[in-house]
Each structure stands twice: as structure tokens, then as C-alpha cells.
Design a protein around this ligand. Structure first.
Ligand code: SAM
Length: 198
């Protein structure tokens, strides 16, 4: 657990205005999936690591019955406050996404912007199995993680490594690479992967 405790420290130390991943608007890659491609039916959505809640609020406003979790209590507190300001009805829980506290087959859609790539390799299988367990049959899991085009690191993934980790458990509907100017002005590279619980 100690590895994951760093997140609470980060949210306590840094002001919400300087978090590098916070764009101040919903992630375009999510908006494009929901509004552009229109392949995700409405229903129950889970945001696996809500951060300040910007994407979570978007999902709620887009018509999903939304639950959001984050391992940082402070992040969840900020998200709750922001959801109240936005008049969005969201169920928030502080917990570790490796140990999902939900019944089987609850969600139609699981959204993960930047959670999977922070999961320790030893926890990955439990994490992936947990998501499959809480997804309904034919439910979708949209996972955005760091790509190896950022350079080599334990949590930067190639297309092949994503396929190797997820294909035993999910159908892979799409994997595409993109780069984004992040909240801190740096350009970072990601893979967006759409997985289906078949
Ligand atoms: C890069 S931030 C992304 C936040 C948000 N998804 C966004 O796009 O703005 C990663 C988030 O994952 C959360 N996190 C990291 N490990 C986690 C875990 N094991 N379970 C739940 N949340 C986790 C962190 O607290 C942080 O809010």
C-alpha cells in the first residue's frame, strides 16, 4: 500500500491549479469516444481514478449514472465539491482500484485516464480481473495510458505490451496512439485502448 500513498501526499502538497494532468476541461479523447464515435450506450459508468473530477462530471452530464473512485481522499473531496458546484449527481468513494468494492457486473462503462499505468506490475492481474468482474457482459473499458514514445520506463507501454496484458481477458476493439499538451504545458504520448467484456 505504501507505494499508492504518494497520491494523497501529492494532492495535499500541490494546489489544484498546478496538477500536470488536469486540463481544466474533459479529455478530448473521452469526449470524442462519447460524442463522436457514439459506441458507448448510456448506463452505469465508473471513473477509476477521478482526480479533480473533470471527466467524471462530464460523464454524469453526458447521461451516465456515474460512480467515481480515487485512492486520494483529498482528490475525492475536491471532486465532490466540484460536482456539487456543477450540480452533478455522482457517487464518490475513496479506494484503491486494485480492490474494487463493487458487486459483479454493475457497470456498462469503465473509464481509466491515467490509472492503469500507475498500478504496480504485481497488482496488474488483480486490477484487470477486478475491472472485468464489475463490467456487465458487452460492457466497455476505455483505458488511456502512457506510451513508450515518451521513452522507456516501467509504466510506459507499447501497443504489443497492452495487447499482451489485456487480450487474455477482453476483446480489443481499438488501440490508437495520440499526443496531448498536458496541464503543465508538456507534450505527453498515450495509447487509448477500447476493451470489451466479451
Ligand atoms: C494522472 S492522475 C489522473 C486523474 C484523472 N483521471 C484525470 O485525467 O484528470 C492519476 C490519478 O490516479 C489516482 N490513483 C493512482 N493510483 C490509484 C489506485 N491504485 N486506485 C485509485 N486511484 C489511483 C491518483 O490519485 C490520481 O488522481
Amino acid at each position: 500500500m505504501a507505494y499508492y500513498e504518494k497520491w494523497e501526499k501529492i494532492y495535499k502538497e500541490y494546489s489544484v491549479g498546478v496538477l500536470p494532468w488536469e486540463l481544466g476541461k474533459p479529455r478530448p479523447v473521452l469526449v470524442n469516444l462519447i460524442e463522436g464515435q457514439k459506441i458507448i450506450p448510456e448506463g452505469k459508468a465508473l471513473d477509476l481514478c477521478c482526480g479533480l473530477g473533470t471527466n467524471t462530471i462530464y460523464l454524469s452530464k453526458a447521461g451516465f449514472q456515474t460512480t467515481a473512485i480515487d485512492i486520494s481522499e483529498t482528490a475525492v473531496k475536491h471532486s465532490k465539491e466540484r460536482s456539487l458546484e456543477a450540480d452533478a449527481n455522482i457517487h464518490f468513494i475513496t479506494c484503491n482500484s486494485v480492490y474494487l468494492p463493487f458487486k459483479d457486473e454493475v457497470f456498462n462503462f469503465v473509464f481509466d485516464m491515467g490509472c492503469f499505468h500507475h498500478i504496480l506490475p504485481n497488482d496488474r492481474q488483480r486490477f484487470v480481473l477486478g475491472i472485468r468482474r464489475v463490467l456487465k457482459e458487452r460492457g466497455h473499458y476505455f483505458m488511456v495510458c502512457f506510451s513508450d514514445k515518451n521513452g522507456t520506463a516501467w509504466n510506459h507501454f507499447s501497443k504489443e505490451s497492452i495487447v499482451a496484458i489485456f487480450s487474455p481477458y477482453f476483446g480489443i476493439s481499438d488501440i490508437h496512439h495520440f499526443s496531448s499538451v498536458e496541464g503543465d504545458g508538456y507534450i505527453r504520448s498515450f495509447y487509448a485502448t477500447l476493451l470489451v467484456n466479451e
